[in-house]
Design a protein around this ligand. Structure first.
Ligand code: WQD
Length: 341
């Protein structure tokens, strides 16, 4: 029986992807060190799908554990989410990011090669386009220089995987470049549960709405955009999860080794102020905010050209801004303390 290995499968995007896979009847094995995630997400995924997940707690840096797992299951493919993802933290702890994200991937791919598992979907990021890239970002443009060590790790891993494909004509890679994932499964049972003070916009908005934080600080209102606040391409996490399924289906049907990148976004930019106003409109909950100075490293506006994913993967985002706001709120209001209720 074939299985799919999902590294980091207990995290925000990982758990939503595991849910979509189980709903399709796939057999899923998760490895996650729970450093920024909770096993409870997978308990809920099992309840929602009515299907069990095999779970291993541990790091992909632990090759003995990986070899042990690969010896027990026959994997058709791997979806690789496991990694640190806080941009600001990566500036203060670069070595931890390079070790975990880059060395972790090397460790994983070495074991994949050893067991002849040749399909890999990698969790990359729009940050690989770097500062100075002109939106909408398209996969054919030259990659830039990401501003943070976090971004550098994503770019380095993409390059390492391209080299692996050049050396191994059976190895197939899809690098999925995410834009800004938000929202939650429509059940309100799983969602984003950041440790401590949220770095990202949407969990911060949701925590203000639920009364955990007094007000949102909007970083800068003097950007070169319509209302002066930054614009991003926000994508519903369920659309994103389905993008992984589409990429996997495409990958296993390719005859030869390849390394291809796909943007996963909606193609439509929204400003920070528009997000706040949409949240208020669709949830009827007020989000007090103030303007504060710009945050270091923020770009004024970027969004995806998502045509390649539509053409090749037959995937596009379907959820609306209303879905993104209502689903975020259902998750946050049902679970004010995340999984630690
Ligand atoms: C969005 C907008 C902020 C918080 C990062 C990574 C990216 C990806 C997603 C991660 C910006 C503004 C935010 C707040 C605010 N990776 N903001 N007040 O920076 O576009 O992308 O997260 O896992 O690689 O770079 O996302 O959600 O942090 O910010 O005004 O309290 O919201 O300035 O304009 P970003 P974000």
């Amino acid at each position: 029986m074939n299985h799919i290995l999902v590294t980091g499968g207990a995290g925000y995007i990982g758990s939503h992807t595991v849910l979509e896979l189980l709903k399709l009847g796939e057999n899923v094995v998760v490895i996650d060190d729970l450093s920024n995630s909770s096993k409870e997400s997978l308990n809920r995924v099992e309840t929602l799908s009515g299907k069990a997940v095999t779970f291993f707690e541990g790091s992909i840096l632990d090759q003995d554990l990986l070899v042990n797992i690969f010896s027990q299951f026959s994997f058709s493919s791997v979806i690789h989410f496991a990694g640190h993802k806080a941009v600001g933290e990566s500036v203060n702890k670069p070595l931890s990011y390079y070790h975990n994200n880059v060395q972790g991937t090397v460790s994983l791919v070495e074991v994949m090669e050893k067991f002849n598992v040749n399909n890999l979907v990698f969790s990359s990021s729009a940050t690989v386009y770097g500062e100075g890239a002109k939106p909408p970002y398209i996969e054919t443009q030259t990659l830039g220089c990401p501003t943070s060590p976090y971004g550098q790790t994503k770019l380095m891993v993409e390059r390492i995987l391209a080299d692996v494909v050049r050396s191994n004509s059976d190895f197939k890679v899809a690098n999925l470049r995410y834009f800004n994932p938000i929202g939650a499964d429509e059940s309100g049972q799983i969602g984003e549960d950041p440790n401590g003070i949220p770095n990202n916009l949407m969990p911060f908005v949701a925590q203000v709405a639920v009364g955990k934080r007094a007000e949102l600080s909007i970083f800068g209102n003097d950007y070169a955009t319509e209302d002066g606040t930054c614009e991003r391409d926000y994508i519903h996490v369920t659309d994103l999860a389905q993008g992984h399924v589409a990429a996997l289906n495409w990958l296993v049907n390719q005859a030869h080794g390849l390394c291809e990148a796909f943007n996963l976004g909606t193609g439509t930019p929204y400003s920070v102020l528009k997000i706040v106003k949409s949240f208020e409109q669709y949830t009827k909950v007020k989000v007090p905010f103030k303007f504060v100075p710009r945050r270091d490293g923020d770009l004024d506006a970027f969004w995806a050209n998502a045509d390649k994913a539509a053409d090749k993967l037959n995937w596009q985002a379907h959820k609306t801004m209303q879905d993104m706001m209502e689903d975020t709120w259902r998750w946050q209001s049902n679970n004010p303390n995340g999984y630690n209720a």
